[in-house]
Ligand binder design. Structure first.
Ligand code: HEC
Ligand code: HEC
Length: 350
């Protein structure tokens, strides 16, 4: 077992080293020959929802997308890139802020969710307003509290830069810069952000074992949480009212904002829990700073309301019954969803 792990570690170091080497090659090369980017993920993952026929994921497209993701000129005053709010070491969330801060430090209304496994989701944002990943980036680029820019403005800034001329040519065959191409390159990059190398995955693949705490935690999780946080991404992507008070500072009623249907009041998309250890603060408005606080909420502070999810109101008990030790076990399990290689992979860095 020890030598297996050691061999695995050496393999990993080698792999990381090699990817450094190939990474710098990619930057140095004139990027002429493009080729299909190999997206690999475990067989137990759900089917990919991302349509690669409409937006083929290629090595050079991803490289362009990576540059754009870390490009401040996507914002009005050239200071805010996607990576400013979506920080890799926090699984592409923003650790320091409850809700996002954009240009001129303007405050948004929502907590930046993790960007990972986007290729497998059916809808995006806390309220599910976006269905197609290729369209998502237009929201932050134009939102006045985020980047406060516009596609024509972005294109005019980038088109004078010879670096981008080269990158667009290598990704799309000619230097023509369009909004559509910007969006598609960004989503190609995001599609490559696959997180599937956590302890949970290694256990699933028979390469490691849970500790007894983690195993107990998984059992409890399956009983108490997996009805919503289901499947391999730990979300059923439904919208649920979890009995959280309406935050009058942000006036965000979740799914209701999209449907204007009273029965959707305060329903939010169930978030994936992969890498949740790295993504504090939690919930749509970042109201909780720790996993302990989230679990204390579920056990003690769920508020009854007409839309409260029936899962959280069973046999007259509002909330999820858990004692302190059970919470510790569940947290131990949640930590097995952490994927260190994902948050340190140089492929996703600036
Ligand atoms: C000012 C901070 C900020 C910036 C800049 C920003 N985002 Fe976001 N991002 C957020 C917030 C907040 C949300 C959640 C919004 C919502 O639910 O309405 C979000 C949501 C997302 C999502 C949806 C994730 C999911 O699970 O549904 C994606 C994808 C994303 N952003 C990509 C990008 C890209 C690409 C850029 C750059 C073009 C970008 N973001 C720029 C804060 C930011
Ligand atoms: C009825 C469905 C449902 C059940 C049951 C449920 N959750 Fe959630 N969970 C949600 C929804 C919806 C959110 C987002 C709520 C929001 O932000 O307003 C959420 C958010 C979270 C978050 C914050 C994630 C983030 O990125 O901000 C954690 C952690 C979490 N749940 C863990 C659990 C655990 C552990 C259990 C079991 C003890 C559990 N949940 C049971 C629906 C559920």
């Amino acid at each position: 077992m020890f030598t297996m792990i050691k061999m695995f570690k050496i393999g990993l170091i080698l792999l990381v080293f090699l990817s450094f080497v190939s990474c710098s090659d990619e930057v140095m090369e004139p990027l002429e020959k493009d080729k299909v980017y190999n997206l690999s993920f475990p067989s137990y993952f759900p089917e990919m929802t991302f349509d690669t026929s409409g937006n083929p994921v290629t090595k050079n497209g991803v490289e362009l997308g990576r540059k754009l993701f870390y490009e401040g000129r996507l914002s009005r005053n050239n200071t805010i890139s996607c990576g400013f709010c979506h920080i890799q070491e926090n699984a592409f969330t923003h650790h320091g802020h409850t809700v996002s801060h954009g240009v001129d430090d303007r405050i948004g209304i929502r907590n930046a969710p993790a960007i990972q496994n986007m290729a497998f989701l059916k809808r995006y944002m806390w309220d599910g307003v976006i269905h197609n990943l290729n369209e998502q980036p237009i929201i932050p680029i134009t939102n006045e509290d985020e980047m406060d820019s516009s596609m024509p403005e972005v294109i005019s800034k980038l088109s004078s830069d010879s670096k981008y001329k080269k990158l667009f040519k290598s990704a799309y065959g000619d230097e023509n810069m369009t909004g559509d191409r910007v969006l598609k390159a960004l989503s190609q990059f995001m599609v490559t952000m696959i997180s599937a190398d956590s302890k949970y995955d290694r256990v699933k693949q028979g390469r490691e074992n849970f500790s007894s705490e983690e195993a107990k935690g998984m059992n409890l999780f399956q009983q108490k949480c997996a009805s919503c946080h289901s499947g391999e991404l730990f979300t059923d992507e439904s919208f649920r009212n979890t009995g959280m008070y309406y935050n009058t500072q942000f006036k965000d009623a979740g799914r209701y904002r999209v449907t204007l249907d009273q029965s959707d009041w305060m329903k939010f998309r169930v978030p994936s829990l992969r890498n949740v250890e790295y993504t504090a603060p939690y919930m749509h408005d970042g109201r909780f700073y720790s996993l302990e606080a989230v679990l204390n909420f579920y056990s003690d502070n769920v508020e009854d309301n007409p839309n409260l999810d029936p899962q959280l109101n069973q046999n007259g008990h509002v909330g999820i019954a858990m004692n302190t030790q059970e919470k510790q076990f569940i947290i131990a399990f949640l930590r097995t969803l952490s994927d260190k290689n994902f948050i340190s992979n140089p492929k996703f860095a600036e």
